[in-house]
Design a protein around this ligand. Structure first.
Ligand code: C5P
Ligand code: MG
Length: 192
């Protein structure tokens, strides 16, 4: 018997590359459910989860939280949504994330492609610091940004390369403003 599998698009890019902004646009126009791993971790921290302190220390240091925590949050959010098309933003960010996903969800979902927002460090930094003025995030400051960007280079770029080798990466430059970037995103979603 064929079992039903939800469709997943992973959304990756450096901190401040515009992942969240574009995901919000995609949700409005293409009806996906947006699940941001970072948002789910911040919510878990705020809800007084026993992992709260650990999550906060990882976020502040720009490190990647152990996958057991993140994947449990993602799975719960996927199940609770009752939907079957997901944009998973900011995941998988390192080898631990990727292995956890493949172990737990590899045969229970279909990864349609990886949407990669390509953005140089200076642009990412400007955006993250600008967001920091109003986001209330403990990691939108210059010290945390530098650590997050380093984590991106050391850990996430290799994951993007892994999916590139599988022919699954769709790259969009996110140097232009959000409207122009969304025009490119629309072309991609209309064609797929
Ligand atoms: O994607 P976002 O910038 O919201 O992520 C914020 C922080 O959340 C990351 O720097 C990291 O500490 C944590 N995170 C994580 N694992 C993920 C996604 C985010 O540990 N897969
Ligand atoms: Mg985000």
């Amino acid at each position: 018997m064929a079992t039903f599998k939800p469709i997943v698009i992973f959304v990756l890019g450096g901190p401040g590359a515009g992942k969240g902004t574009q995901c919000a646009n995609i949700v409005k126009e293409f009806g996906y459910v947006h699940l941001s791993a970072g948002d789910l971790l911040r919510e878990a921290r705020a809800s007084g989860s026993p992992d709260g302190q650990l999550i906060e220390s990882y976020i502040k240091e720009g490190k990647i939280v152990p996958v057991e925590i993140t994947i449990a949050l993602l799975r719960k959010a996927m199940e609770n949504s009752g939907k079957d098309k997901f944009l998973i933003d900011g995941f998988p960010r390192n080898k631990d994330n990727l292995e956890g996903w493949e172990r737990e969800m590899g045969d229970k979902s279909i990864v349609k492609f990886v949407l990669f927002f390509d953005c140089p460090e200076e642009t990412c930094m400007e955006r993250a610091l600008k967001r920091g003025a109003s986001s209330g995030r403990t990691d939108d400051n210059i010290e945390s940004f530098r650590k997050r960007y380093q984590t991106y280079l050391t850990n996430t770029v290799g994951i993007i390369d892994y999916y590139k080798a599988k022919g699954l990466v769709r790259t969009i430059s996110s140097i232009p403003g959000p409207e122009q970037v969304f025009n490119e995103v629309k072309k991609l979603f209309n064609d797929s």
